[in-house]
Design a protein around this ligand. Structure first.
Ligand SMILES: Cc1cc2nc3c(=O)[nH]c(=O)nc-3n(C[C@H](O)[C@H](O)[C@H](O)COP(=O)(O)OP(=O)(O)OC[C@H]3O[C@@H](n4cnc5c(N)ncnc54)[C@H](O)[C@@H]3O)c2cc1C
Length: 452
């Protein structure tokens, strides 16, 4: 790892500098280093992994925010196979449930759906058909002009929308819920339907040691090929330098590179180039809105229930989901502790976003107690709070017209960011797909130019 101790910042020269050490940045670096190029990843945090970074519980790494893969996440499975880490993947059937009007409902299989009491029998059939009809849409462009709200009502009627979909949209997008594009929802329905076993039960995948273990393996491959991963190095500015080169300024020194790939959220990239990019371009980068997320992670001495993923459809509850991670990965992995995530998406201007871990725990526990009357505060052995300001782009109507191009306004400056993933949504699978694609593309271009 590079270090800088002098007051005059050292300058490091590389072929390609990457801003951000999440899955996009690490996979781009992996491809560039494999292509024989000198690469440096500059990461603001003290850990790699970005939104999929981890902390330690019971001697084991645990994702700050809950993570799983669908079994049809091809880009991630291909990468894992290529790295020879297939034995780290665990695929398990998972229990999905819904909390509605003070009751729990299982919603893992088509059979559960038929028994879903909050809807009339006709509406249950409508709900089942809705998923089938949604999956039949093959061209997402025909949905670009519609909001998810209008499309879901059209497909399943008002009652199904009110009971099942509206609370989920509100939980995930809060004040932006009514703006969300039908394309976003279509894609969710399509993906979830593709991750099922023969009995129709959902099957999800996890990585032993947490998602960060895959990030660490990638980082190690980059280093093995001569690349550099520099942590605690927030990039303050990316500026054009002489002879078509770029300079990246950080508190740990400057990096010069022929090419730059910026992977953070678009408004952060705008700040880094604000001293030279024109106003129209900066406005485009700042146009897409994001919502934040807070996740309270509880280490419990007992399990809350058998459900892994509990969607909270009760509007009087502030969480979008209660995710009991240890109904997916065994509690023994974390020294016998039961791990529960309480997730809330919210604009970062919401006062809840500013609460510290203790205050957020005090705020949350009465809700948990109402949901699980047997629960007692004494079960909480430890708690942690994680916040992500740029957790999810707001995918609105005609989103395709808002996405900035991969190649920036000057040659050699590229953007590969979560908000460009479309019609699919954010997720490590797509970060890996896009990171590898841009890494290969730039390695090819630079190697061809060198040969010529
Ligand atoms: C609550 C939650 C649940 C999720 N669940 C899942 C899931 O189950 N499955 C799944 O696959 N995905 C899930 N995701 C999404 C997944 O985590 C992201 O899609 C993925 O990690 C994005 O990777 P990335 O590299 O594109 O971006 P990021 O992970 O955001 O990486 C960008 C990096 O840039 C760094 N950075 C920012 N500014 C600077 C700067 N100035 N200088 C240097 N570095 C900088 C950041 O620190 C960060 O490390 C979830 C996300 C959240 C928030």
């Amino acid at each position: 790892m590079s270090t800088t101790q002098n007051s005059t910042p050292a300058t490091h020269a590389v072929d390609v500098a990457i801003v951000g050490g999440g899955f996009t940045g690490l996979t781009a670096a992996y491809e560039l280093a494999r292509g024989g190029l000198r690469v440096a990843v500059l990461e603001a945090d003290s850990e790699t992994g970005g939104l999929a970074a981890a902390f330690t519980v019971g001697g084991q790494k645990l994702d700050r925010f809950y993570h799983h893969w669908f079994t049809n996440d091809a880009a991630v499975m291909d990468l894992i196979a290529e790295l020879g880490l297939g034995d780290h993947v665990e695929i398990s059937p998972t229990n999905t449930g819904m909390y509605y009007a003070n009751h729990f409902f299982r919603l893992s299989t088509p059979w559960d759906l038929l028994n879903f009491k909050p809807l009339s029998f006709v509406d249950r059939i409508r709900l089942g058909l809705l998923a089938l009809r949604a999956r039949r849409v093959s061209n997402w462009r025909e949905l670009e002009n519609k909001t998810a709200r209008d499309w879901l009502r059209e497909l399943g009627g008002d009652a199904v929308y009110r009971v099942v979909w509206e609370p989920l949209l509100k939980g995930k997008f809060g004040v932006y819920a009514d703006d969300i594009s039908a394309v976003w929802f279509w894609n969710k329905l399509k993906l979830r339907g593709g991750s099922r076993g023969r009995g129709g039960e959902e099957r999800l995948a996890y990585f032993k040691g947490g998602f960060v273990a895959l990030a660490d393996a990638l980082a190690q491959r980059v280093r093995d090929q001569g690349g550099d991963i520099v942590l605690s190095a927030p990039v303050q500015a990316i500026v054009p330098a002489q002879a078509g080169m770029w300079t990246l300024q950080t508190s740990r020194g400057n990096w010069t590179a022929q090419r730059v790939i910026a992977t953070p959220a678009l408004p952060l990239i705008a700040d880094m180039i604000a001293n030279w990019a024109d106003e129209a371009y900066l406005a485009q980068l700042r146009r897409i809105r994001y919502i934040g997320n807070v996740c309270l992670v509880l280490e419990l001495e007992r399990s809350l229930s058998e459900i892994y993923w509990l969607n909270v459809n009760d509007p009087s509850f502030p969480f979008v989901g209660v995710i009991e991670h240890t109904n997916f990965e065994r509690p023994q992995t974390y020294g016998g502790r039961h791990i529960v995530y309480l997730s809330k998406y919210l604009p970062v201007s919401d006062p809840l976003y500013a609460l510290d871990a203790d205050a957020f725990l005090d705020y949350s526990l009465p809700f948990l107690q109402r949901m699980f009357p047997q629960f007692d505060r004494s079960w909480v052995l430890a708690h942690h709070l994680w916040r992500a300001e740029w957790s999810q782009p707001i995918v609105e109507k005609h989103y395709s017209t808002l996405i900035p191009a991969e190649d920036g306004p000057l040659p050699g400056f590229h953007i590969c960011s979560m908000a460009q993933i479309y019609p699919e949504d954010r997720g490590t699978n797509y970060a890996i797909r896009e990171g590898r694609r841009i890494g290969r593309r730039i390695a090819d271009e630079m190697n061809r130019a060198q040969q010529a």
